[in-house]
Ligand binder design. Structure first.
Ligand SMILES: [Zn+2]
Length: 649
């Protein structure tokens, strides 16, 4: 903490200031935070588990052996170096042999992977032409449906191609040089001209893309297209051949998230030359596998995406990237061991009790809302009744028997791993939804709301100090993990969650007056966040971050109620001179303790639905109880009049 700062002037500094002063961002990171510190711990533990798997010398085909072989294959830098371009070559040759747009469509279809996720882990980015997300259907939440999303860009967002600032123009110049370098490494000639055409094509694609704020609008995303509709709605690409390549010929209907982007990108397939598309395909192939190609590729990839784009001076040590690779490809297999080893049944029971208290607090808040009609209240309560909360780890684990891993073929392991995930998802289309399924690993330091399943997951790796400590005072646990729990529950009712009913269906369960009130109040919160300026030339986007800000707003309120209820009428014990309420709010503010490099922070402001940490901590100014707790007065920077404070639930 920094007690020299007035809590009412800068609560983030007050709660974290001394730590921020003492902490340096490691050279291989864009940011250091409470989350990244716990991530390091999780990684160390994972490395230990992987080492055990390596030592076990388990039989070929067993999951333990796969963990060991995958890690060893990634760590075998000499082997990767010795193979050189060989693993890449057959794929580059296949691209070189594409003779017409018909074959191009098939190749584009073959590149489709399940690499996007609109609502759970919110990832709208794929460098492939389009991305697939398999999830419960918008219009039939009992069965898995295919969602198709815009793609085709290597840079994180359309703004990087279109924004008219010196900074962005400079990044684009450097990006084009990077494209040229990657092609050169892969043996292409005339790489400057090719790079220019590739970047121009991506720029044209970016123009067709929707913005992140637009992507988050569920009502605009629910566009069921029959396979036969694609040719009429988005002419240009040979869709029959595309779906053939993707192995989706028999899939009758899809949900198209951004129809205008599909029309635009499809038209570009027709209007842009075959040679440019082939270069684009080759470059995207190389970039997608840079991590498992010889060092020169991995280094060039990092030099642009890590250093230039993220401002991070140094690449992570190889073993950490190896752990991340095992997590990505065999995450459930390691996660199962992790959960057994590092999450006790006692901790699980204690968190379950907190969840119950916070859900009860939400119920009381809904019941007490003066503006909400009884019919809407009933529907909101129904969502809380059917909510499934997973604590620590999932009830079932993924089966990896069909995933082939070889100790001397890292390129193939990555290629087959992405295909394994894709085939697994495609095989689920039309099948009954498992509402208890997780989309996050137990060893991940995060929490998630799954709106189409009306479910939440709190992985084991976040249920530890400083977020949760079985021995900490209730005030601290509720302020820290409690507000995270409240945050995730609130996603059930935020700008996205409020579009789904208790069964996860897209259904308008609001009366028009109630929804108008909700919209009005949340618009006030969006306006509040629009005023935050992390840089003189860059503001927080209140609309892009609205869902997460609503969740922070409701989360802290419900956690506070849950905390007060947990006292059971007894006075809160003070600690180190801090009252119970003070402990609660400080713990909340310390959730967001972090330090971020400028380039990384700029990227976050442009591409992340979460506000920068500092402004997340400032959410306290909307909570009435924060004012007396720290004696916050008119004139202090964070002070809001009672009428200006935004209270949504
Ligand atoms: Zn969230």
């Amino acid at each position: 903490m920094d007690p020299s700062v007035k809590p009412g002037d800068d609560f983030f500094e007050y709660a974290n200031g001394d730590w921020i002063k003492r902490t340096e961002i490691p050279p291989d990171r864009g940011r250091v935070s409470v989350f990244s510190i716990l991530n390091d711990l999780s990684n160390k533990r994972m490395a230990g588990l992987i080492e055990e798997a390596v030592k076990a010398n388990a039989p070929v085909g067993s999951t333990t052996r796969k963990i060991a072989d995958l890690y060893n294959a990634f760590m075998d830098e000499a082997g990767i170096e010795a193979k050189g371009l060989a693993p890449l070559r057959p794929h580059l040759e296949a691209i070189a042999e594409i003779r017409d747009k018909h074959e191009l469509a098939r190749a584009l279809g073959e590149s489709l992977r399940s690499d996007v996720d609109a609502l759970n882990n919110t990832n709208f980015h794929t460098a492939n032409l389009f991305g697939l997300w398999v999830a419960p259907g918008f219009n039939d939440s009992e069965h898995y449906a295919p969602y198709l999303m815009q793609g085709g860009l290597e840079l994180p967002d359309r703004q990087y191609y279109l924004a008219d600032s010196d900074r962005m123009r400079d990044l684009r110049t450097k990006y084009q040089a990077h494209v040229s370098s990657m092609l050169k490494l892969a043996g292409f000639t005339d790489t400057d001209a090719r790079a220019q055409r590739i970047v121009e094509l991506e720029q044209a694609i970016a123009e067709k893309h929707l913005t992140l704020a637009e992507n988050e609008d569920i009502q605009k995303a629910n566009n069921p297209w029959k396979q036969a509709d694609f040719a009429a709605n988005a002419p240009g690409l040979d869709w029959a051949e595309y779906f053939h390549g993707a192995g989706l010929s028999s899939q009758v209907s899809f949900i198209v998230w951004q129809p205008t982007a599909f029309a635009g990108e499809s038209a570009l397939v027709a209007s842009t030359s075959l040679e440019t598309w082939k270069d684009w395909l080759a470059f995207h192939l190389i970039e997608a596998h840079a991590a498992v190609l010889p060092k020169a590729f991995a280094d060039e990839h990092f030099a642009f995406f890590g250093k230039t784009l993220g401002g991070t001076p140094q690449q992570r040590p190889r073993w950490q990237r190896g752990v991340a690779t095992v997590n990505e490809r065999l995450g459930d297999a390691v996660g199962q061991i992790y959960a057994q080893r590092y999450f006790s049944p006692e901790a699980k029971a204690q968190v379950e009790a907190m969840v119950a208290n916070i859900i009860a607090a939400f119920r009381r808040r809904i019941e007490a809302l003066s503006w909400m009609n009884p019919a809407t209240k009933t529907e909101a309560q129904a969502k809380l009744t059917t909510l499934y909360v997973g604590i620590g780890y999932p009830e079932t684990w993924r089966d990896y028997s069909a995933y082939e891993v070889e100790a001397d073929d890292m390129f193939g392991n990555l290629w087959r791993g992405r295909l394994f995930d894709y085939h697994r998802d495609v095989a689920r289309l039309g099948h009954a939804v498992d509402r208890k399924e997780w989309s996050m690993l137990p060893q991940t330091v995060n929490a998630v709301n799954l709106p189409l399943q009306n479910a939440l997951s709190f992985p084991a790796a976040i249920l530890q100090p400083p977020f949760f400590d079985p021995l900490a005072p209730a005030a601290v646990n509720y302020g820290a993990i409690g507000s995270v729990i409240g945050h995730e529950i609130s996603h059930t009712f935020d700008s996205e969650g409020s579009a789904f009913d208790s069964k996860g269906r897209v259904r308008d369960w609001w009366t028009p007056e109630d929804f108008a009130h909700f919209k009005g109040t949340t618009a006030k919160l969006a306006a509040q966040y629009d005023t935050y300026k992390p840089f003189p030339d860059l503001s927080v986007n209140g609309k892009q971050t609205l869902g997460e800000n609503i969740a922070d707003n409701a989360g802290i309120s419900a956690a506070y109620d849950g905390y007060r209820a947990s006292l059971d009428g007894k006075p809160a014990p003070t600690q180190d001179g801090f009252s119970g309420d003070q402990q609660f709010f400080i713990a909340f503010g310390q959730n967001y303790g972090s330090k971020t490099r400028e380039d990384t922070l700029r990227q976050q402001v442009m591409t992340d639905p979460h506000s920068p940490s500092e402004f997340r901590a400032d959410m306290v100014r909307n909570v009435d109880a924060w004012y007396p707790a720290f004696n916050v007065k008119t004139g202090e920077k964070l002070y809001l009049t009672p009428a200006e404070r935004v209270q949504i639930w």
